[in-house]
Design a protein around this ligand. Structure first.
Ligand code: VNL
Length: 391
């Protein structure tokens, strides 16, 4: 079933082996290197993406366009200098066809110049500051952007009699993106952000900030904290009695991350957030994804990081099919531009101009379903591009 071009690209370099040994040995290896925080504060992001990437390969096979895909996973511990060193090593020594992962914005920024210099496609599967894709023409993104995820919750708040809001975000680029997007969008509808609070990324203590919120008694608290931190935040929110004081908690779905949600306790029920993925998303694609993910990883529920990793692998596989197995960086990136498919999260597109993702953003409420806490979607904003860069 091979086309002539696949035959040339896949087997041409090893004619003797192909002649003697048959298919398996004849397949030239194509490597993709994932750089992820597997330890440290953001370790759950690394675990989720690795599990999803491996699931994708188990389901779709290791052979693409006559080439054998090899996945390399390296731990950057969440430190940008380590990300940069690993990216260099993977590109120069391992000769990977693409790098992927990038658990936090500063880590994506650290690797971007290397992607440009070496013309290596860089698939951002987690980090979500809008400006990331502008750091290199070789960057594509399968996660989301904070402004994209934030606007729907601002609209929901305005429609639900929320007038005065305090925003509380983690003090780095995606938090600033969320803070600005919420204020701008909520302001358009006559709502008011009465205070903007920023907490440190490393080892945050929310208590002093939450005390300020308790004293000010806004209608709602808008929050962005990165994946992995939501549990600590919610615990302190409840300890301060804010859930009972009538301050509604709203935010992007990072705070009610599926990886942690079920351990947050019933105090989290009723919290409304907007995001691009929930493990409870009601589609046949998602039910199959969640079931397979759980079968391969007992005691783990896929979160939005997992779906970013799964789709990132799909993008790489499909691009390699389009190039008939050719791995030059420009060819692969061009193949990725404009690609659309149905992900477990719903329909998505990698915009050709921005290389960023357009996707549905859902408004969800935490509910108990069969004794488990889930983000249950009840409204959909369809095909939302990153609002800063547009289509
Ligand atoms: C980022 C954005 C990281 C959203 C996250 O979790 C997140 C980032 C680690 O761009 O650093 O949920």
């Amino acid at each position: 079933m091979l086309t002539r071009r696949q035959t040339v690209a896949g087997f041409g370099a090893l004619p003797l082996v192909a002649g003697l040994g048959g298919r398996a040995e004849a397949q030239e290896v194509v490597k993709i290197g994932l750089i992820l925080p597997m330890t440290g504060q953001s370790a759950s992001t690394g675990r989720q993406i690795e599990a999803a990437a491996k699931l994708y390969m188990a389901q779709n096979g290791q052979a693409v366009a006559g080439r054998r895909i090899e996945l390399i996973v390296r731990d950057d511990t969440g430190a940008a200098d380590v990300t940069r060193r690993i990216a260099q090593e993977l590109i120069v020594n391992e000769k990977v066809a693409a790098i992927g992962g990038f658990g936090l914005t500063p880590l994506a920024f650290a690797a971007a110049p290397l992607a440009t210099q070496s013309k290596t496609p860089m698939i951002v599967m987690a980090a979500a500051t809008s400006a990331i894709t502008e750091q290199s023409p070789f960057i594509v993104r399968t996660s989301f952007t904070l402004p994209q995820a934030t606007q729907p919750i601002a609209d929901w708040a305005a429609k639900n009699n929320i007038r005065k809001v305090i925003s509380l975000v983690t003090d780095y680029a995606p938090g600033i993106d969320a803070e600005k997007a919420f204020k701008e969008r909520f302001g358009r509808t006559g709502g008011e952000v009465t205070a903007e609070v920023r907490v440190p990324l490393r080892n945050p203590d929310f208590a002093p900030f939450l005390q300020r919120v308790a004293d000010a008694k806004p209608d709602a608290l808008f929050v962005f904290v990165p994946s992995g931190i939501g549990g600590q935040f919610v615990k302190q929110f409840v300890e301060r009695g804010l859930d009972k004081a009538g301050v509604k908690l709203i935010g992007t779905g990072d705070v009610t991350d599926d990886d942690l949600l079920n351990d947050m306790g019933d105090a989290i029920i009723g919290v409304v957030t907007s995001h691009h993925y929930s493990a409870a998303h009601n589609s046949s694609e998602n039910r199959a994804f969640v079931q397979a993910f759980r079968a391969a990883n007992p005691n783990m529920r896929p979160n939005f990081m997992a779906v970013g990793g799964y789709d990132g692998m799909h993008l790489f596989y499909e691009a390699l099919k389009k190039t008939n197995g050719a791995t030059d960086g420009q060819g692969l990136i061009d193949a990725m531009k404009g690609m659309s498919w149905v992900s477990p999260r719903g329909p998505i597109t990698i915009e050709a101009r921005t290389r960023d993702i357009t996707q549905n953003v859902y408004v969800r409420r935490v509910e108990k379903v069969d004794g488990q806490l889930y983000n249950v979607e009840f409204d959909t904003f369809e095909a939302v591009p990153d609002p800063i860069k547009g289509r």
